[in-house]
Design a protein around this ligand. Sequence first.
Ligand code: CP
Ligand code: NVA
Length: 301
Amino acid sequence: MKNLLKMLDLSTGEIIDILNLADQLKYEQKHGIAHKLLAGKTLGLIFEKASTRTRVSFEVGMYQLGGQPLFLSSRDMQIGRGEPVQDTARVLSRYLDGIMIRTFEQKEVEDLAKYGSIPIINGLTDFCHPCQILADLMTIREFKGKLSGLKMSFIGDGNNMMNSLIVGALKTGMSISVACPEGYEPDTQVLDFAKEYGDKFGMFRTPKEAVVDADVVITDVWASMGQEGEAEKRRKAFEGYQVNSELMALAKPDAMVQHCLPAHRGEEITEDVFEAHAAEIFEEAENRLHAQKAVMVKCLS
Ligand code: CP
Ligand code: NVA
């Protein structure tokens, strides 16, 4: 595996391989076993949007693997002043062993991979968030002991999270039902992919329909990074698209909850549901570290 650009590019086998390696690296880290698999390697981290988890877990993960992370804020780079991505890709390919990038357009990530000669890892675009989905799948498998046969429900925006969860769930044998308001559906590329899975994928208007008998309930913010100007409009559009105890009562009694964070309590999720499932949600946040270490090893070594 050279790049991680989007979940659509990964085979089921590749996803399972990453999850297995992530489990192994987590176990080894907890038992004090060092694994300097990326000694001497440098990974550039380009951020055109804010981040807590992605930045810290990539930096710490690279350090734990014996490599060097290099934080590159687009505010301080020429790319932030309009230097073309084609040129940035060719220059950075001569210094670095890999690049993680968080940006707006998926095309920018694909272009980095196209024009550069080093591995590219997508740390979130408007289209998808593959590193997060790998951590989510890892967490679900950790809590439920399996993925295949489980039902995932996603309530909210047809954004980067919903797009990548649909692909990740279907590729690992889960079924997935989503609920979103009109005009906030997932990307057509994802809907076309999901069509091949028949009734394993369902799209509904009401959260209640989507959540029935779910093993895992997932949500995300109503206004993502870059959509701050639409916050008020979105607050109205997403009214009712909230994971609360009334909704959770329709899922399986032992259903787990995942949230990529940051969460807006009182909007997409209530305080009580968030806190009742905090153990699962913060394990998910921790698993970003382990899953990304697995991705870095697969791509860079
Ligand atoms: N979930 C996630 O990607 O968090 P950050 O925005 O803090 O990186
Ligand atoms: N959908 C959110 C995810 C943040 C990790 C965003 O893009 O802002």
